[in-house]
Design a protein around this ligand. Structure first.
Ligand SMILES: Nc1ncnc2c1ncn2[C@@H]1O[C@H](COP(=O)(O)OP(=O)(O)OP(=O)(O)O)[C@@H](O)[C@H]1O
Length: 593
C-alpha cells in the first residue's frame, strides 16, 4: 500500500506540470463515460419499442396503429451516442499520449539531473548497469503503463461510477443484482494481486542485477578472454537470466490469471442478470416490453460494470511494473545530494597550506580505513603518497576534494575546514588526474577543453604541448578535430593520461591530485608522462600517488601509508637513510627497473 501511495505521489508530481492536458483528459473521460452508459438505455428502448410494435402488429385490432418510428429513433440515438463515445475516447488517447510522453521526458531529465548532484558514494556502491536499468527498463515500464494502464485506471474508475449511477437510475432491483457479486470479485482480485506484486517487484530487481552483470562482463571482456573464462561468464549469466525468468514467469502467471478470472465472473454475472430479469418479466408487475428492454439494457450494464474490473486486472502487470519503476526512481531521488554549505565561504585559491588533522574515515560503518592521518603541506610543495595496494592512498585523495567527508578529524585549506567552503568554488581550484583517464565522446579539442569549454585554440595547443601530447595529436589526419570516445579510443593508457594532464593544465588548478597511471605504459610514454607531470606539478601544491618511485625522487615530502596509517615521512634521501619500509620498497623496485 505504501508503494501505491508513493507511486501515486510520484505520478501526481509529474502530471501537475500538465494541468491543461489533464483537464482535457478529465473532461473527455467524463463525456466518453456519459455517452457509453447512455447508449445501452437507447438499446433497451429499441428492444422495448420492437416488443411494443410486435404486440400491436400481431393483434388485428391494433395492427393499424403499429409503427416502427419509435424503434428507428431509439436506434439512431444508440448509434449517435456510440459515435460520440468513440470521438471522445479518440481525443482522450491523443491527449494521454502527449501528457505521458512529456512526463516521461521530464522524469528522464530529472533522473539524469539528480545523478549529477549525488555523492560519489552512490556511484561507488552501485553497478553502472544497475543505474542504467532505471533509465531504460524502469522508465520504459512507466511509459507503457501510462499509455495503456494509468489513464485507463482513471477512465475505468469513472466508467464504474457512471454505470452505477445509470443502473440505479434505471432499475434499483436489477442494479443490486448486477453488483451483488462484486465483493467476491474484489476479494479474489486482491488475493491474486498480492501474490503477483511480490514477483513483479522481484522481476525488476533481478533485471537490474542482470544488467549490472552484463555491463560488468562487457567492461571486463579482455580479462575474461585472457583467462579463458568465457564459458564461466556464460554460466553465471545463465544464473542471473534464470532468476529473471523465474520472477517474470511467476509474476506473469499470477497477474495473467486475473483477466480470465474476471472475464469469467462477468459472464456469470451476465447470466445472473438475465435469470433475474427473466424472473421479473414473468412474475413482476412490469409491462413485458419494458421488462424485455430492461434485460437487454442490464446485460449491457453488467458487461460495462465488469469492464473496469477486467481492464484494470488485464493491465495489472503493467501497473505493477510502473509502481515498482516509480519506487526504484524514488530510491534514486531520495539519495543524499552532495552537501554544499548554504552560505559557504568562497574558496579563492590556496594561500598557505593544506592540513589533514587526525583524519579517520570509513566507507562502511564499523570498517575504518584511515586511522588518524596527519599531513601538513605548504603551498607549492609536492607530496607523494606511497604504500602497498589498499593502504589508503586513493582514500586520502578522495577526502581532499570532498568526494567523501571525514568521519572524525578535519581537512583544512589555509586553516579552514573544507566543509565550510562553497563546494563549487572548492572544486574549481582542485584538479584531478585519475589513473584511469576518461575520454568523452567528441573531438580531441573538446576533450582537452572539457573543464574550460571557452578556452581558445591557442590555450588548448599550449596545454597539449606542456602535456607532451601535441605532436601525437598533430600526427593524426584530422588533428584536434579527430572524434574519439572511451570505447573506440585511439589512445594508449599512457596517452590517455597525457590528455588528462593537458585537460588539467588548462583548468590551471591551485591544488593538484595526481594518480599516476601504472599499466601498459611503454618507456617513451613513461618519460613523457614524467615530463608532463613535472610541468603540471610545477608551481602547484600537489599530491601525487606514485607507483613508480623514481617519479617522486624530487618530492618535498614522501608519506608512506600502510593499513590506513602513516608509517614514515621524509624526503627520498631521508627515507633511504632511515632504511625502513620505503627504502626496502625502493630497492625492490630498482631491481625490477
Ligand atoms: N568505495 C569503497 N567502498 C568500500 N571500501 C573501499 C572503497 N574504496 C576503497 N575501499 C577500501 O579502502 C581501502 C583503501 O583503498 P584505497 O583505494 O584508498 O587504497 P590505495 O592505497 O589507493 O590502493 P591502490 O594502490 O591499489 O590504488 C581498501 O581496503 C579498499 O578495499
Amino acid at each position: 500500500m505504501t508503494n501505491l501511495i508513493q507511486a501515486a505521489k510520484f505520478f501526481a508530481h509529474y502530471f501537475k506540470h500538465y494541468k491543461l492536458g489533464m483537464a482535457v483528459i478529465g473532461l473527455f473521460t467524463i463525456l466518453a463515460t456519459y455517452f457509453q452508459v447512455t447508449a445501452p438505455v437507447y438499446m433497451g428502448k429499441a428492444i422495448q419499442e420492437i416488443a411494443n410494435y410486435m404486440g400491436k402488429a400481431l393483434n388485428p385490432a391494433t395492427r393499424a396503429q403499429a409503427s416502427l418510428s419509435q424503434v428507428h429513433t431509439a436506434v439512431w440515438f444508440f448509434l449517435l451516442f456510440s459515435l460520440l463515445m468513440l470521438v471522445a475516447q479518440l481525443i482522450n488517447y491523443v491527449m494521454q499520449a502527449i501528457v505521458s510522453s512529456n512526463s516521461v521526458n521530464d522524469m528522464r531529465k530529472g533522473l539524469f539531473g539528480k545523478l549529477q548532484t549525488m555523492t560519489i558514494r552512490y556511484f561507488d556502491a552501485h553497478q553502472d548497469g544497475e543505474i542504467l536499468s532505471r533509465f531504460t527498463s524502469d522508465l520504459d515500464n512507466i511509459y507503457n503503463a501510462m499509455n495503456e494502464a494509468i489513464f485507463q485506471l482513471f477512465s475505468q474508475g469513472v466508467l464504474m461510477i457512471g454505470v452505477l449511477w445509470m443502473m440505479f437510475h434505471q432499475n434499483v432491483t436489477l442494479a443490486w443484482v448486477t453488483i451483488a457479486a462484486t465483493p467476491i470479485s474484489l476479494l479474489l482480485a486482491y488475493l491474486i494481486i498480492r501474490r503477483a506484486e511480490k514477483y513483479v517487484n522481484l522481476q525488476q530487481d533481478e533485471v537490474g542485477h542482470l544488467n549490472g552483470y552484463i555491463n560488468e562482463q562487457i567492461n571486463g571482456e579482455k580479462v575474461i578472454i585472457t583467462n579463458g573464462l568465457q564459458a564461466e561468464s556464460v554460466k553465471n549469466f545463465e544464473d542471473y537470466n534464470q532468476r529473471v525468468k523465474d520472477a517474470t514467469y511467476r509474476g506473469q502467471v499470477w497477474s495473467g490469471i486475473l483477466f480470465p478470472l474476471m472475464s469469467g465472473m462477468s459472464l456469470v454475472n451476465t447470466a445472473i442478470v438475465i435469470f433475474f430479469g427473466g424472473y421479473l418479466t414473468l412474475n413482476g408487475t412490469l409491462d413485458r416490453a419494458v421488462a424485455l428492454g430492461l434485460i437487454v439494457m442490464f446485460v449491457n450494464f453488467s458487461q460495462q460494470y465488469y469492464q473496469p474490473i477486467s481492464q484494470i486486472t488485464a493491465t495489472y502487470n503493467m501497473l505493477q511494473l510502473a509502481i515498482t519503476g516509480a519506487k526504484r526512481l524514488n530510491e534514486v531521488f531520495e539519495q543524499a545530494d552532495e552537501v554544499s554549505p548554504a552560505d559557504g565561504i568562497i574558496f579563492t585559491g590556496l594561500k598557505d597550506k593544506v592540513e589533514l588533522d587526525d583524519v579517520h574515515f570509513s566507507y562502511q560503518e564499523g570498517h575504518e580505513i584511515l586511522h588518524g592521518i596527519d599531513i601538513e603541506v605548504d603551498k607549492g610543495q609536492m607530496v607523494a603518497l606511497v604504500g602497498p595496494t589498499g593502504s589508503g592512498k586513493t582514500t586520502v585523495m578522495n577526502l581532499l576534494n570532498r568526494f567523501y567527508d571525514v568521519d572524525q578529524g578535519v581537512v583544512k585549506f589555509d586553516g579552514t575546514d573544507i566543509r565550510k567552503f562553497n563546494l563549487a568554488s572548492l572544486r574549481e581550484h582542485v584538479g584531478i588526474v585519475l589513473q584511469d583517464s576518461v575520454i568523452f565522446t567528441g573531438t580531441i579539442r573538446y576533450n582537452i577543453a572539457f573543464g574550460k569549454p571557452a578556452a581558445s585554440d591557442d590555450e588548448v595547443y599550449a596545454a597539449a604541448k606542456q602535456a607532451y601530447i601535441h605532436d601525437f595529436i598533430m600526427s593524426l589526419p584530422e588533428g584536434y578535430d579527430t572524434v574519439v570516445n572511451d570505447e573506440h579510443s585511439i589512445f594508449s593508457t599512457g596517452q590517455k593520461q597525457l590528455l588528462s594532464i593537458a585537460r588539467t593544465i588548462l583548468t590551471n588548478p591551485d591544488l593538484l591530485i595526481l594518480d599516476e597511471a601504472t599499466s601498459n605504459v611503454d618507456t617513451v610514454t613513461e618519460a613523457k608522462i614524467q615530463k608532463a607531470m613535472d610541468n603540471v606539478i610545477h608551481g602547484r601544491t600537489s599530491f601525487v600517488i606514485a607507483h613508480r618511485l623514481k617519479t617522486i625522487l624530487n618530492a618535498d615530502k614522501i608519506i608512506v601509508l600502510k593499513d590506513g596509517q602513516i608509517i614514515e615521512v621524509g624526503t627520498h634521501q631521508e627515507l633511504l637513510a632511515a632504511k625502513g619500509f620505503y627504502a626496502e620498497l625502493y630497492h625492490n623496485q630498482m631491481v625490477f627497473d
